[in-house]
Design a protein around this ligand. Structure first.
Ligand SMILES: C[S@@+](CC[C@H](N)C(=O)[O-])C[C@H]1O[C@@H](n2cnc3c(N)ncnc32)[C@H](O)[C@@H]1O
Length: 462
């Protein structure tokens, strides 16, 4: 078969690659295709042709795969949030486990590692405790919306098309957030539409409304609404906050993050409290955490508890160990482990997260945790402390190579490595394996309907 850019080809998808794309191999040549699944027979337009592989987009589905499942979500073919919503959850888990095993094999050259079955997420809908909806002045239309002249195209509030920061689908209902979030979204959207002010435009950097971020607490059944705008406008936003708080007694916090900068992140340069508190509280295990608009918190509360229990199980603390928690965020793992450790030291780059961690330790009356702020590669060498167990929970990019060699010279007895990216986990384990035995890896699904998978590796010094 001839694979050429802009050509239409008929393909059968045989696999799902890490990253979520379908894979076909006509005459052994890999072609990656978005929005398709193993077993699909389809017509694909080739969009990129390289020496070793090609990429294409789906033009026509000739015969759908038996793995396809009816998705309740009408946006599932368009939205970047849940690309795997169209396949059965059981199948999602099988492919995620396969990806972890393949990364260890191809990247770390480890073939006989125990990778346990994924701990599934019991509620595959309504599990997310944080949703970030973007405003747009150029709404991206679904194919069934294209002919509808009643739809106003100059405003939308919703989620992104995969890989396109400026293409936003207007969303009425998102299945991965609790139902109340959808009601709040619709009321907030109506207020925004009636306001007479425009949505922010990424090209001209004009317009007022930027993001609507909803956070919820499972334990307390409370909500935070964070309205991100380009400028201050209390005359408009305080009545909006009052309307929401009056209608929904579960909303206990409405804040306004003001962000005049050009970056596409929903974090303001400063924050105005519009109504209620500036934070909501959540409970993990027996610990309480205060979550403010910009503080990091695991987005799947129930799974976070399972994740931290697993970390604790692997750390196997007896009360006499000194623990270092690298990439400690708002201190959740440090606090979770504190009761079984002699001392826990957390290191985290973001100063505000460190402040949150200290406050969270105080709230829970924990005295044996301390937190340092700064880049780990600068802070860790200066720590002249004994370390028996090291917890590592880096961002998707994994660890800096200097940090890896610092850890090797620290030589803790045990390492528990928590990773949201099997590829960088495997890359880092490839270095650690010269000194550490990999006892087992337990993946846990924090992100149903996506290709993402969290894994926890249990390592012990030789
Ligand atoms: C995946 S989060 C882990 C958070 C925390 N362990 C938890 O469970 O909530 C990764 C954290 O690493 C922090 N981080 C990223 N690069 C860093 C660096 N070079 N030095 C220190 N912390 C860093 C981020 O700010 C983020 O809080």
């Amino acid at each position: 078969m001839i694979i050429k850019k802009r050509k239409l080809v008929e393909l059968e998808i045989i696999d799902l690659a890490y990253g979520g794309m379908g894979l076909a191999k006509p005459d052994g040549f890999p072609v990656f295709v978005d929005k398709v699944f193993p077993g699909d027979k389809c017509v694909v337009k080739i969009t990129r042709k390289k020496k070793n592989y090609a990429k294409g987009v789906l033009v026509n589905l000739i015969e759908p795969s038996s793995l396809r499942n009816h998705s309740p979500c009408k946006y599932s073919n368009y939205c970047g949030g849940c690309k795997w919503q169209s396949i059965l959850y059981k199948t999602q888990l099988e492919y995620k486990k396969k990806h972890v095993i393949e990364c260890l094999d191809h990247i770390a050259d480890l073939q006989d590692i125990i990778v346990k079955d994924i701990i599934p997420c019991e509620n595959i809908h309504g599990f997310r405790n944080k949703m970030e909806f973007s405003c747009t002045n150029r709404r991206w239309l679904l194919s069934e919306e294209l002919e509808n002249s009643d739809i106003k195209k100059d405003f939308g509030l919703g989620l992104h098309v995969p890989g396109a920061f400026d293409k936003i689908i207007d969303i009425e209902k998102c299945y991965i957030q609790p139902e109340l979030g959808n009601k709040i979204l619709c009321d907030a959207k109506e207020y925004i539409k009636q306001s007479g002010l425009l949505a922010y435009c990424f090209k001209t950097h004009k317009g007022f409304w930027r993001f609507l971020v909803l956070k919820n607490s499972l334990a307390f059944n409370t909500w935070m609404v964070n309205i991100v705008t380009k400028n201050e406008n209390n005359e408009l936003l305080i009545p909006m906050a009052e309307m929401l708080i009056k209608k929904y007694k579960n909303i206990i916090s409405v804040v306004n993050n003001v962000s005049a900068g050009k970056s596409g992140v929903a974090i303001g340069e400063y924050e105005i409290l519009l109504s209620g508190n500036s934070f909501i509280k959540e409970k993990l295990g027996k610990y309480i955490f205060e979550i403010s608009a910009n503080s990091f918190f695991q987005t799947n509360t129930r799974q976070a508890e399972k994740l931290y229990s697993l970390v604790s199980h692997y750390a196997a603390l007896t009360g006499i160990e000194n623990v270092i928690d690298l990439y400690s965020g708002t201190g959740t793992i440090s606090i979770w482990l504190s009761q079984k450790a002699k001392k826990v030291i957390g290191i985290e780059l973001i100063e505000s997260a460190v402040q949150d961690a200290k406050r969270n330790a105080d709230i829970n009356n924990i005295k044996n945790c301390c937190f340092y702020s700064g880049d780990i590669k600068h802070v860790l060498p200066g720590l002249k402390k004994k370390c028996d167990v090291m917890i590592i929970d880096p961002p998707r990019a994994g660890m800096h190579k200097d940090v890896l060699s610092q850890i090797m010279s620290f030589s803790p007895q045990k390492i528990v490595y928590v990773s949201c990216n099997p590829a960088t986990l495997a890359r880092d384990i490839k270095v650690l394996k010269s000194k550490y035995k990999i006892l087992e890896i337990q993946p846990i699904d924090m992100f149903p309907h996506t290709f993402h998978i969290e894994s926890v590796a249990n390592l012990e010094i030789f």
